[in-house]
Design a binder for this molecule. Structure first.
Ligand code: 5GP
Ligand code: ZN
Length: 111
């Protein structure tokens, strides 16, 4: 998909700190981390958001990768996985991604 930042990252046309890769997915560090560890897990295929997923076995695989990178990072005290969907969900990059955030306690709800 032209003009999609995460497609460009998946195609290695845009630099990122990749921490995991396989045939269908990629994990890399967020450029503006909100916690000591902040990675993004994406499908290599362009899918706009969770609302546009047709094959949920792909989502299962992406969640497997989320846990894998968290385990590798040694986040034994826990971590958070988030996907923002659409404008009200706070999505800014319209290529499906899961945030994996850890290394500090999380507040819920925010504030
Ligand atoms: P969203 O708001 O769509 O859920 O999250 C998009 C995330 O992508 C943000 O946390 C933002 O910091 C990150 N991001 C945006 N552009 C880039 C980029 O070019 N490289 C990397 N590594 N992360 C990016
Ligand atoms: Zn894309």
């Amino acid at each position: 998909m032209d003009n999609c930042v995460f497609c460009l990252i998946a195609e290695k046309k845009l630099n990122s700190k990749i921490i995991y890769e396989d045939d269908i997915s990629l994990a890399f560090l967020d450029i503006h981390p909100v916690a000591p560890f902040h990675a993004l897990v994406i499908p290599k295929k362009h899918i706009r958001s969770l609302s546009d997923v047709e094959d949920f076995s792909l989502v299962s695989h992406l969640l497997y990768v989320c846990n894998l990178v968290a385990q590798r990072e040694g986040l034994t005290k826990g971590y958070r996985v988030v996907t923002n969907v659409g404008d009200d969900g706070g999505q800014t990059i319209f290529h499906l991604h899961f945030h994996v955030i850890g290394g500090r306690p999380m507040n819920w709800p925010p504030g």
